[in-house]
Design a protein around this ligand. Structure first.
Ligand code: SAH
Length: 231
């Protein structure tokens, strides 16, 4: 009898080891990355690995968690959405993050993009204008142990001047133009990824060079608009 129990325990240990951190969603996550993100051309192995790891479903309201790994954005309350997984992968790759980078994100939302960034960067500063979402993301990120993410409730058009300059700035709500205050908080050699436009937008990569800013459109996208005043 004892021998049989011992064998069963051994089988369980092996099963959990061979699947890594299997929270019941790991297979869906792998499929999401392979079928939606890698298949569409995102190839940075670090980005793909991190997106297989971060538990996206935990950043989503409980009643729709079963949809967390589907190929579309999802509502997170207060009229806001968590971006489609492919867009998160695309933007993260476009940002070209190194492990020592200091990153600013505008539009914390659920905190998911911040979590993905934090796995790749040295530190992440993220600003959210909806107070409830800022508070919720603080809780979710803390519960998952993302200690290098700092969340601020405020207007992202202001950036985070006390922590500037940043190696990377990522804006995850649509800006009608190129926000100057944010661009001024970018390091020389740094990159900013942001959707520019109103109803439909172009995703731009903006690089700060010694002489100014180089703006390159990279993808047609559709984001919720930035709210708050750009003073
Ligand atoms: N990155 C988020 C999704 C972004 S949705 C995620 O991973 O879930 C866009 C977010 O930008 C929303 O939460 C919205 O409230 C926020 N937002 C809109 N305008 C803003 C502003 N001016 N400053 C900061 N956040 C803003």
């Amino acid at each position: 009898m004892m021998k049989r129990i011992f064998i069963i325990v051994m089988v369980c240990v092996c099963a959990s080891n061979s699947f890594g951190e299997d929270d019941g969603f790991a297979a869906k996550r792998r499929y999401m990355v392979d079928a939606q993100i890698k298949a569409r051309g995102v190839s940075d192995p670090r980005v793909l690995e991190v997106m297989k790891k971060v538990p996206r479903h935990l950043f989503i309201p409980e009643n729709i968690r079963h949809l967390a790994y589907e190929d579309y954005p999802l509502p997170i309350g207060w009229g806001q959405t968590i971006s489609q997984p492919y867009i998160v992968g695309f933007m993260t790759e476009a940002a070209g993050i190194s492990s020592s980078d200091k990153v600013l994100e505008i539009g914390t939302g659920s905190g998911y993009q911040a979590a993905v960034l934090s796995e790749l960067a040295g530190s992440v500063y993220t600003v959210e204008i909806v107070e409830e979402l800022a508070a919720l993301s603080v809780k979710t990120l803390a519960e998952r142990g993302y200690g290098n993410v700092h969340v601020r409730y405020g207007n992202g058009y202001e950036g985070w001047p006390e922590e500037a300059p940043f190696d990377v700035i990522m804006v995850t709500a649509a800006s009608p133009g190129f926000p100057e205050k944010l661009m001024s908080q970018l390091k020389e050699g740094g990159r900013m990824v942001l959707p520019v436009g109103t109803a439909y937008q172009q995703l731009y990569v903006v690089e700060r060079t010694p002489s100014g800013f180089e703006k390159t459109p990279v993808l047609n996208v559709r984001f919720v608009p930035m709210i708050g005043e750009n003073k």
